[in-house]
Design a protein around this ligand. Structure first.
Ligand code: SF4
Length: 213
């Protein structure tokens, strides 16, 4: 199987519990809930998406080893001491990374000494070995990943309430305002929900405020 990569870039994580942390983002092409084409938006199984995941602008890789090398070379040339107690961090995102992510790629990147996170819609099985799992549920699409590091719910969504996920086994529960024409009202609703349900924390897309990729 060829790995099809939309983008590979080094930046700061903008969202969730790890917001602010430097990371290489590996954005896989394709998603199982939408084609990514505007003309298919009405029939998409995911009602919103703020990401371009169509195409393979950062390349197609025949072998996991070649993709692992490309990811490694996206980090700046820094001594390990620059990371302190941390390991260099890679975030697999998309699109839906579970469509392409493999155990072999994970093992190769661990061999480089990297810590590995994933941002998934949770509807497809993930290979084992990931260090940080963020699941972002989309209404009407049952989860197969029901445990992990962080459940990040973009909200409000029709037919989807935060309490639908309370029984799941995540370390952190994040409510992130849906970024649409009702952004202000969505943010207010998320704040009010968190204040009255303190297991949930407000999550913000900080990269959008400061113009980070
Ligand atoms: S699941 Fe994620 S990548 Fe896929 S269409 Fe929805 S928001 Fe976009």
């Amino acid at each position: 199987m060829k790995f099809r990569i939309k983008e590979l870039f080094y930046t700061l994580q903008g969202e969730g519990v790890q917001a602010g942390r430097p990371a290489v983002f590996c954005r896989f092409s394709g998603c199982n809930l939408w084609s990514g084409r505007p003309e298919d938006r009405a029939s998409a199984r995911c009602p919103f998406c703020d990401t371009d995941f169509v195409g393979a602008d950062a390349g197609e890789f025949e072998k996991a080893a070649d993709l692992a090398k490309a990811i490694a070379s996206t980090f700046p040339a820094l001594p390990q001491s620059a990371y302190g107690e941390r390991r260099p961090y890679v975030i697999f995102t998309g699109g839906e990374p579970a469509l392409q992510l493999t155990e072999e790629l994970i093992a190769l990147l661990h061999g480089f000494g990297f810590e590995l996170g994933v941002e998934t819609n949770g509807t497809l099985p993930l290979p084992p070995g990931l260090d940080w799992i963020t699941v972002s549920p989309k209404a009407g699409n049952p989860l197969v990943t029901v445990s992990g590091s962080e459940l990040k719910l973009v909200w409000p969504q029709d037919n989807c309430q935060p309490e639908d996920f309370d029984a799941l086994d995540f370390q952190h529960f994040i409510l992130q305002p849906c970024d649409n024409a009702r952004n202000r009202a969505n943010t207010k609703a998320c704040i009010e929900y968190c204040l009255s349900h303190p297991r949930w924390s407000l999550g913000l897309q900080t990269h959008k405020w400061i113009g980070l990729r």
